[in-house]
Design a protein. Structure first.
Length: 260
C-alpha cells in the first residue's frame, strides 16, 4: 500500500520527467523556422539558427537573432551541437534533417506558409515540439487579433508587390494572402511566382505599387524599383523581410497596407 510520501515522490518524478522532455538544444535549419523558434523558445534553449537569421535584409527577426550561434545545414556542423530538436523548412536542409532523424534526433518539418491559417498552424506545431503549448496559443491568439483589427473589406483597388528584377508573387501565395487581407486585389493575375517587366507594368499600371526593399542591403538589382517611369504611380515601400516568410511579422505588412 502506497504512503503519502511515495505519492509525493511519484508526482515529483512526473514533473521532473516532463521538464526534462522539453528540448534544451534546439537547432533551426531554415530562415522561416528561425522566426518561430525565436518567438517561442527561450534563448538559452537555442543551440543555433540558420546563417540568415540575423540578416536584416531577409529576416524579420534579425534583432532577436543577433548574438545567437548560426550553423549551416550540414551534418558536420549540426551534429556537434548535440541537438535534441531540429526545425526544418520547406527549402533546404532536408538532407541533414533526414540524417539527424536517422541518429535519433527529433525533427519538425514545416511546409511553405501560403496564408495566415498556415502561419498559426505552424506556430502551434513549433510550440508543441518545444513543449511551449501555452506560449504558442498566446502567439496564435495575438496574430489572430492583430489580423482581425487590420483586415479590410474588398476595396477593388489593384496592388502589385514588386521586388528586385521585377519578381512578383501571384495567386495562392503568402503575398496574395497579405493583399487580400488588406482588401486589395493582386495585380499579378497568375498562380505562384513569376516576374513582370517594367514595360508590362506600365501598360496596365496598378492602383498601388508596393516595392520591397532589403533593409541595410541596397543592390543594383533593386535599381529597377526606382525607375523614373514609375514616378507617377502611387507606391508604398515595405521591408522584403516581412514577405520572405510566414511568421508573426507578416501581420505588419497587412497593417501597413490597410493604413493606406
Amino acid at each position: 500500500m502506497w504512503s503519502f510520501s511515495s505519492a509525493v515522490v511519484l508526482l515529483l518524478l512526473v514533473v521532473v520527467t516532463g521538464a526534462e522532455a522539453k528540448p534544451s538544444r534546439v537547432v533551426s535549419l531554415n530562415l522561416c523556422a528561425d522566426q518561430l523558434v525565436l518567438a517561442l523558445a527561450d534563448r538559452d534553449r537555442i543551440a543555433a539558427l540558420s546563417p540568415l537569421a540575423a540578416d536584416p535584409a531577409l529576416s524579420a527577426a534579425a534583432g532577436a537573432a543577433r548574438g545567437l550561434p548560426a550553423v549551416r545545414p550540414v551534418l558536420e556542423e549540426v551534429l556537434p551541437l548535440r541537438p535534441d530538436l531540429a526545425v526544418a523548412g520547406a527549402w533546404g536542409g532536408q538532407r541533414v534533417a533526414s540524417m539527424l532523424e536517422a541518429r535519433g534526433v527529433t525533427v519538425l518539418r514545416l511546409g511553405l506558409a501560403a496564408g495566415f491559417d498556415d502561419i498559426v498552424a505552424q506556430a502551434r506545431a513549433v510550440a508543441r515540439a518545444l513543449g511551449e503549448v501555452d506560449r504558442g496559443e498566446a502567439l496564435a491568439q495575438s496574430i489572430g487579433a492583430r489580423l482581425a483589427a487590420a483586415q479590410r473589406e474588398e476595396r477593388g483597388a489593384r496592388a502589385l508587390v514588386w521586388e528586385a528584377r521585377g519578381f512578383t508573387s501571384g495567386e495562392g501565395t503568402l503575398t496574395d494572402a497579405v493583399l487580400r487581407a488588406a482588401g486589395l486585389r493582386n495585380a499579378a493575375r497568375f498562380s505562384g511566382y513569376g516576374s513582370i517587366p517594367l514595360e508590362r507594368l506600365l501598360s496596365a499600371p496598378p492602383d498601388l505599387l508596393v516595392v520591397l526593399f532589403a533593409a541595410n542591403s541596397p543592390s543594383l538589382s533593386e535599381a529597377l524599383l526606382e525607375h523614373p517611369a514609375l514616378a507617377g504611380l502611387p507606391r508604398l515601400s515595405l521591408p522584403a523581410a516581412w514577405f520572405a516568410c510566414g511568421g508573426p511579422d507578416t501581420v505588419r505588412a497587412v497593417e501597413a497596407l490597410s493604413a493606406r
